[in-house]
Structure formats: C-alpha cells, structure tokens
Design a protein around this ligand. Structure first.
Ligand code: C2O
Ligand code: CU
Length: 466
C-alpha cells in the first residue's frame, strides 16, 4: 500500500551527539523502521536508523567515529568527500566483522585488508573546507545492497567562511537524501541481489545489471514527503544516495535552484538553475526562495527524468509568512578557476561493460577491480588531467581530494560542473577531463563508478598516492 505523494511529513535525520568532544559512537544494527506508513521495514542502520544520524563537524577539528558492528554482515564505512588518511578511508577490503560472529566470516573474503572484529575507530582530521559529505558502507562486492538496506548518513562540515555568510540556517537548512527503493509485499527492501545473504556472490540478477532502480522515491527515508515551510528562503543540501537513479529536479512555478555549493563546498558565486541534474553520489547545495509563494500553496519538487511515481519527489507546503533575514551574496568563497600547468600528465580511464575475470561486469581500462594493482600511481602534489571516457552513463567518484571539471566533450564544463567536485556524471559516449591533485596522505585509495551495482561488479581501480 503505497501512500499518495506529499502526505508523509519530511523527516530530518537527528544530529549525532558526541560521546566526548569530537568523538562519536555509531552502532550499526538491524532495526525496523516505518518507511511506508503502517509498514515495518527492516533496515541496516547506523544507530539503527535510515538515514543514519547526521554528524556535524568543524573544519580543522579532528573527529573520531567509533563504529560498532552489530549487523549480521561485515561492513566498512567510507566518508564520501572526506580528506582522510588511507587507513581510515574505508578501503573496500578493510572489514569490520560482526560483534560476536567474527569467526563465521574468516575465509569468506579475500582478507587482504585490515580486518577487525566488533569495533574500530575512524579518525577524520577534517582538514578541508565546509561541505556536504556523507558516509556509507563500502564493502567490496556488497556496497550496493548495504546502502540499499540503509547504511548511509550525512556528515556536514562547517567553517568560518560559511558562517560569515547570511545563508538560511537553523530550521531553514535541510539536508535532503534522495534515493529510490522497491519493497516486497512484506515491506522489506526488495534488492535483486544474487546472494541475498550478502555473503558470497556479488552482483544482481541480469535484468538489473545496469543498476537497480526502485519505484518509490524516498527523501530522508520517507516516501514522497511534504515539508511545512515558511514563506522564506531555504538552504537545501541535496544528496543523491540512490544506487543508480539520476534525477532532473524541477520546482513548481518556475522557482529556481540557486546553487551555492557543490560536492566540495561553496562555489565562488551562485549559479542559477531552472532544473537540477543530480547523479548518484553527487551533492548540490542550493537556496530556494519560497518568500513569494502564497500561504497555502504547495511547491512540488519533481523529477523530469522519472516516469509515473518516480516523477514525484517531495513538496514544500507554505503554511505561514515569516521574517527572513537571509540572503545569497554575490560572492560566496574563494574558488580559483581551474588551471593545469602545461605538460601535466594525462591519464585516461575508459568505463565500459566488459569481462571481469570470467564473468560479465563493468570495467575500467578493460579490467575489473584489482586491489593489489599499482597501475595507477600518482605523486602527492602533482597536478594531473584525468580523462573519463564512457559507454553508458557513469558517475565517476575519486577518493581523497576533490577535482575540477575542465571540459565535457568539445565544450567547457557543463552547467552542473561548477566548483570542487568529487563525483562527476559522465554521460553516454562522453569524454570529461578533470584536474586532479592529491594532497596529504600516501597510500591506497579508490576511483570508481558510483552507480553502486557497477561498483560491486568491479568498476573500480586502486589509486596509490606516492
Ligand atoms: Cu560514495 Cu567510494 O564512495
Ligand atoms: Cu557506472
């Protein structure tokens, strides 16, 4: 029994409370949650909730998150967008084995990573600007079903530059996690994995090998929710946490999205969009101005790429007039235009369906993920141009440092490429060049497609910073 759109109130994930200054404890556990009204859905949740609690941190102030795994499966958490030392980044073969059931997992995995039972700390120096980050599971071969079942949450980094701006805040700053899900008749998340126990066989039924799409759009874990709003400006931190779905968001009445930030924080200056294209893994920080909307009016945010029920996303119902001192300044932050020195190395990564060791999967430069590969080594501090070439759509994500989009096809950056990005949506048959430069830590990281089924079917490479 799916609800009518725009009836269920928009939930806002709770902000995590530190157990000591800068220290958090998150228990990963199975819980039941009312995702659809009147239906109990089992979720794999950080602290047993989906989305997980929002961690709020300050630029330059270290945060340590202790994860405790009470789930029936191993996990490894990644802070997406974090400038994180390699041992804390969530290398896909590092495993946090379940509390009390570690033995059962020995031998199940290629245990070439750092394998720990029960609990472990992730240390995040937060030496980075204010930005909308998110954390999610990243286990080798099983990221997609783990995230689908609930292992995802926000991590917001704040700093003085952002605090000095008169942007909407408090109740008028909303993180919005968009994702699509399907449900079984019993109300469980219906993930068409080959191994429902998430133990042995990665990947999905053939029909879904391009990526799993659901028929219900959730925002912060609620189906097509509605938010009762003031007639005022709102800051929306929109995250596409879907496994494979991309959205083209549109607001009723031609209300524009005024983009103030991207994956890697504030833009230099706002960019106005009538529609907002967002691919899996991407974040857009936008201000929408509802101040001219008459009280009693519903402003829907719809998805022009959806069909039927996936064309609905959420709505704002303007219920009162209110004072609003916020503004979007014409200058937001210092972001230099991207520049690459002449002679910078160029590396090409070709994303295509292919053979990944005897079975069909998704490859980068004709190979499936090889964790031990040293094929891609890049010296810290060295500017490089990375060229992404695709067959079909692939949202390409790079760990450790954000990058700048230099060009798409024969043109410059596209309308959604402004600022610092860590995930770039490369369209079918497209060539996108980005400027990368890694800083801070030597070690092994990954570059992968953020279509999570593609990722689990090996569309990932090890990137070694040296
Ligand atoms: Cu959001 Cu490597 O992932
Ligand atoms: Cu892909």
């Amino acid at each position: 029994p799916l609800p009518a759109p725009y009836r269920v109130p928009l939930p806002v994930p709770p902000v995590a409370r530190p157990v000591a200054p800068g220290r958090y404890l998150i228990t990963q556990r199975v819980a039941e949650q009312e995702v659809l009204p009147g239906v109990r859905t089992p979720v794999l949740g950080y602290d047993g909730i989906f989305p997980g609690p929002t961690i709020e941190s300050r630029s330059g102030q270290e945060v340590v998150v202790r994860h405790r795994n009470e789930l029936p499966v191993p996990t490894v958490v990644h802070l997406h967008g974090g400038h994180t030392p390699p041992e804390h980044d969530g290398w896909p073969l590092d495993l946090l084995l379940p509390v009390g059931d570690a033995q059962g997992w020995t031998g199940h995995h290629r245990m070439t990573g750092d394998v720990v039972a029960g609990e472990r700390d992730h240390r995040y120096p937060m030496t980075q600007r204010a930005a909308t980050l998110w954390y999610h599971d990243h286990r080798m071969d099983f990221t997609a079903p783990a995230v689908y079942r609930g292992l995802a949450g926000f991590h917001l980094v704040r700093d003085d530059v952002e605090d000095a701006l008169p942007l909407p805040r408090g109740d008028r700053e909303l993180p919005l996690m968009l994702c699509d899900r399907s449900f079984t008749a019993d109300g469980e998340f219906a993930y068409p994995g080959l191994d429902r126990g998430m133990r042995g066989l990665p990947g999905v039924e053939d029909a879904w090998s391009a990526g799993v799409l659901g028929d219900v759009v959730l925002v912060n874990g609620a189906p097509w929710p509605v938010h009762e709003a003031d007639a005022a400006r709102y800051r929306l931190r929109i995250l596409n946490a879907s496994n494979a779905r991309r959205y083209r968001l549109v607001l009723d009445g031609g209300v524009p999205f005024v983009q103030i930030g991207s994956d890697g924080g504030l833009l230099a200056a706002p960019v106005r969009h009538d529609v907002l294209d967002i691919a899996p893994g991407e974040r857009f920080d936008v201000v929408v101005d509802l101040s001219a909307v008459p009280v009693g009016t519903e402003v829907r945010m719809t998805n022009a790429l959806g069909e039927g029920r996936t064309a609905d996303v959420m709505a704002f119902r303007v219920v009162r007039t209110a004072r609003d001192d916020s503004a979007v300044p014409e200058r937001l932050s210092d972001v230099e235009p991207p520049a690459v020195p002449a002679g910078a190395p160029l590396r090409t990564f070709t994303f295509a369906r292919g053979d990944t060791g005897g079975h069909s999967g998704w490859t980068i430069n004709d190979e499936g993920f090889d964790p031990d590969s040293r094929r891609y080594e890049t010296p810290l501090g060295q500017p490089e141009v990375w060229r992404f070439v695709t067959d079909v759509h692939h949202p390409v994500h790079v760990h450790l440092d954000p990058f700048r989009v230099l060009r798409r096809g024969s043109g410059g950056p596209g309308p959604f490429d402004a600022g610092w990005k860590d995930t770039v949506d490369v369209r079918p048959g497209e060539v996108v060049d980005v400027a990368v430069r890694f800083t801070g830590y030597r070690g092994r990281y990954v570059l992968h497609c953020h279509n999570l089924e593609h990722e689990d079917m090996a569309m990932m490479v090890a990137v070694n910073t040296v």
